[in-house]
Ligand binder design. Sequence first.
Ligand code: HEC
Length: 508
Amino acid sequence: MVLVVQSNGCPILRRAVPALAALRAAYAPRGVEFLMINGSPGDSLAAVEAEAKEFGDVLAILKDDTQAVLRGLGATRSAEAFVVDPRRWSVVYRGAIDDRLGYETSKPRAEKRFLADALDRLLAGRAVSVPETPVQGCLVDLSVRRTPEYVHDAAPVLARSCLPCHASGKVLPTLDSYEKLRGWGPMIRETIMTERMPGPRVDPRYGRFKGAWGAEDAKLLLDWLAAGAPRGEGEDPMPALAAATRRGVPELSFEAEAEERIPAEGESSVRLVTLSPPAPRDLWIEGIEMATNPDVTHHALAVSLPAGAARAAGPAMAAPGRQLIPAKPGPGYRALPGDGSAFVPKGARLALEVHYVPSGRLALDRPRLSVWTRKGPGRPKALERLTLEQKDFTLPPGAREFKVEVKKRLERDVDVVALWPHMHARGSWMRIEAVAPDGRREILLSAPRVAPRRQPLLELERPKRLEAGTTVVATGAFDNPSRDLIRSGPDPSEEMFQAHVYWTAVSR
Ligand code: HEC
């Protein structure tokens, strides 16, 4: 693979484009991939796109908006080329493309073809003879204006993005104080670089989502870790930040009648724990807080059970319950998105679906659920869901970019308040669009990468009004690198394609 550092408006790079195009034409058929990478803070995605168009879209350009890749490579100038040996993920050549271009000079023809020579030797299975050459190109601004520190900079980001799942307990690393965080530095860096934590980013050009994980957050944490994770002066704000995720005195509380016993060893289990008492009146729930034993809880979900299902048990998702809050596991106060409420009729049972993980010791747990209901004028609105799901598909072994498209028409005017793309391990990307009755298309969400189990509910900063007759279209693709045929189904070994659109009715 060849990576060439790009920055907008760099004359040397511009003049190198024909040479790169020729190299790609020669080597792409032999399996070499050519890409450019832009880490210049001043070059927006749109500006990079425009520049690429101007040069005939010769190579795809990656945007390194955290500058983590450039730093990792030690790149400082555009027009520098890197040859990466994908078998070992090591850089076997770095430097100039050839000796034709310089700051003041430009030979009519290259005499030394550094990059081509390196590729020839790599493809022949030999060591690259000139692994490094000096490069002339435009310096990329890699400066960090101010070294971030924990107390004022990193803690708020960690609290917002990580505490929802890493607040306490033994199942996941506890990241709720500077002392506990420190030892996890290298691992935090890795999980952010690989976009495993807190999850992949959505394309920032489409839709505005509350508290969404962005490039600035990733960059701040990576810069902080690169500087040795300095603490900074003052009290550790994390306990206060963690406390702020609690709402306070519950309006109503529900509790399990008996204690759950989680054996010291064995398989993890998902249990549906019914809570008491039944709903004392009709409830329009606006937010909840769950309390389970953090030492053995992987995650928990609150559900309301239909009448007569109180004793139902068994595997989580198969349970007949209705989730009070979609896709928001974890402790801390959880509000329903937008102005939506979850309706629980008088007498209905609430339950928690808890995924328990053995901790090496017998553990007891008596799950509890706190509930707050919506007050204020007007009738509360139910949070409704439109699900676009592709069922009955099979992924052939080795399939790449296996496309799926699902459409549904809205029969009434709605305010979209949240979106949730859901695919399993082979999900690659998903896009949700709205096509208005007059044919206008608008992208509501573009998730260039969808990670299994790390797909938070994306709550819109402001509700998006869609009129009756609008068609919602979800498109996406799967990659199946395995040799097995994968069928669709709810089991994690199977695949799913669901786009959930949460909405509330438009007030009149
Ligand atoms: C939605 C829940 C969730 C959020 C939010 C989250 N994590 Fe995690 N984290 C997990 C789970 C679950 C695991 C256990 C591994 C797994 O299941 O993938 C984990 C594991 C980890 C690990 C241990 C190493 C590993 O890969 O298993 C680290 C380090 C970590 N997370 C860091 C972070 C950081 C830093 C953030 C915030 C930027 C964060 N996490 C946000 C759920 C979450």
